[in-house]
Design a protein around this ligand. Structure first.
Ligand code: NBP
Length: 469
């Protein structure tokens, strides 16, 4: 049987994506480095399905109809290089290779060049939605070879999630644009997760609320303006009780979060291109600090601080917190979209922000109701530098900022850390400041390094001998 499509890598994402493609009436060839995984997949999940198991890359390539179309769902980095090194010589000019892993965009650029030497169409493609999304419909962010995309578009569109504005799949532009969009998606994901964690901390440690009560708050928020996947799962997490202890399961989970790959890369790239993404960056650093568990435990007895109790009226505080969380989540999206625009200019991606918002509306981890409004805003003003400047989002700021400032004061007075929330207000207060203290920084730079400065009252470049006269 000649297969329409191939999947390389049968861990959680590859298996589910293969089943998704098969369910749309395609025959799928599959290959995994470790044979056992392929055999197990065939035995447990593929009975009666049009899935062709193969046990070598040569066999895999021969099982595909020409021009061959395939997706790699293997670990990003050296594992992907190892597969491609063996795969490219087996392929023919005109074949299409989609890298669906979370590759670093610079690796994607390099691989596009390598594929080009073999006449292969290479698509660096972000796939978001985790296990469930891969099976039922992920968000698909493709980039790279346009001709290649046209050959696989039908399949990708069919397997994608369907959002309020159609299938969540798009070709974003040349080079590594698809993987770059996915990377920033994950940066935003980090920031929203951190914001939720901070709100949970304020309610839990600050207001001493039970998990069930907090779940009800998240349910209410999820029914309103914050309606989104991450808020939905937070309610479910808070309601889960550990059968062994009868305690909320979340309370029993070690407070140490991993950070690697895309969230970190998103921040590194923001720094490289000079794009302001502090809320995303602080979310990465929050995970870095969380990993210092042993040090934190020791420091608790060394460094004094308040008792974490928030003594505000609970209902008023929760009302303020709702506005605070809305602004912080919006700051994460605002910074992410801004980074995409900056990167698009810098790297020639030619990204369409409205289309990015549309693809993120369903299937992916940061799907949220607010993205429909964001797509609309970007359609009206494609080069809008910051979503807060558009009326619906400016109103979120206008309505929520006094409450945010109260939450901030209470959190700091109680000693509960809120790095994402803090960074959001600092970012917005800086962005709306016509004059910032960078004049002092320029003076200092000129003082110790003769870096020169410009003046606000006359043209030219100036240097002062600060120690003289
Ligand atoms: P993993 O990222 O855990 O990768 C496991 C797969 O890579 C297995 O098939 C493994 O084969 C293969 N592999 C490795 Br490791 N080294 C290899 C090598 N040297 N040669 C050939 N194959 C090798 O799997 P995943 O969680 O399914 O994710 C797949 C991709 O999708 C990753 O790039 C990931 O970042 C991305 N992604 C994951 C998610 C998610 O929710 N998990 C979401 C979105 C994107 P083996 O069985 O022989 O070890």
């Amino acid at each position: 049987m000649s297969a329409d499509f191939g999947v390389i890598g049968l861990a959680v994402m590859g298996q589910n994506l293969a089943l998704n493609v098969e369910s749309r009436d395609y025959t799928v060839a599959v290959y995994n480095r470790t044979r056992f995984r392929t055999d197990e997949f065939m035995r447990d999940k593929c009975e009666g399905k049009r899935v062709v198991p193969t046990h070598s890359l040569k066999e895999f390539v021969e099982a595909l109809s020409v021009p061959r179309k395939m997706i790699l769902m293997v670990k990003a980095g050296p594992a992907t290089d190892a597969v491609l090194e063996q795969l490219f010589p087996l392929l023919s000019s005109g074949d299409v290779v989609i890298d669906g892993g979370n590759a670093h965009y610079s690796d994607t650029e390099k691989r596009i060049q390598q594929a080009g030497k073999h006449g292969i169409h290479y698509l660096g493609t972000g796939i978001s939605g985790g296990e469930d999304g891969a099976l039922h419909g992920p968000a698909i962010m493709a980039g790279g070879d346009r001709e290649g995309y046209e050959q696989v578009e039908e399949i990708l569109v069919k397997i994608a999630a369907v959002g309020p504005e159609g299938p969540c799949c798009a070709y974003f532009g040349p080079g590594s644009s698809g993987h770059y969009v996915k990377m920033v998606h994950n940066g935003i994901e980090y920031a929203i997760m951190e914001t939720i964690a901070e709100a949970y901390d304020l309610m839990s440690r600050g207001l001493k609320m039970t998990a069930q009560k907090m779940a009800s708050v998240f349910a209410e928020w999820n029914n309103g303006d914050l309606s989104s996947y991450l808020f939905e799962i937070t309610e479910k997490i808070l309601r889960r009780v550990d059968p062994d202890t009868g305690k909320p399961l979340v309370d029993l989970i070690l407070d140490r979060a991993a950070q690697k790959g895309t969230g970190k890369w998103s921040t590194q790239s923001a720094l490289d291109i000079g794009s302001p993404a502090p809320t995303i960056a602080m979310s990465v650093f929050a995970r870095v600090i969380s990993a210092l568990k042993e040090e934190r435990v020791e420091a608790q007895d060394v460094l004094s601080g308040p008792d974490n109790k928030i003594s505000a009226d609970r209902d008023e505080f929760l009302r303020d917190l709702f506005g605070t969380v809305k602004i912080t989540v919006l700051a994460a999206y605002a910074q992410g979209f801004r980074q995409l625009q900056d990167a698009s200019r810098e790297r020639g991606y030619n990204l369409d922000s409205a289309e990015v918002a549309r693809v993120w509306m369903a299937g992916c981890i940061i799907r949220a109701r607010t993205l429909t409004q964001m797509a609309q805003v970007f359609r009206e003003e494609p080069d809008l530098p910051l979503v807060f400047l558009a009326t619906p989002f400016r109103e979120v700021w206008d309505k929520g900022q006094s409450g945010l400032r109260r939450v901030l004061a209470q959190a700091h007075a109680s000693g509960i850390p809120i790095p994402a929330i803090d960074s959001a207000i600092d970012f917005l207060d800086a962005y709306r400041s016509a004059r910032l203290p960078a004049n002092m920084i320029q003076a200092q730079r000129d003082f110790f390094g003769a870096h020169t400065y410009k003046r606000i009252d006359k043209d030219g470049v100036f240097h002062t001998k600060w120690e003289e006269g």
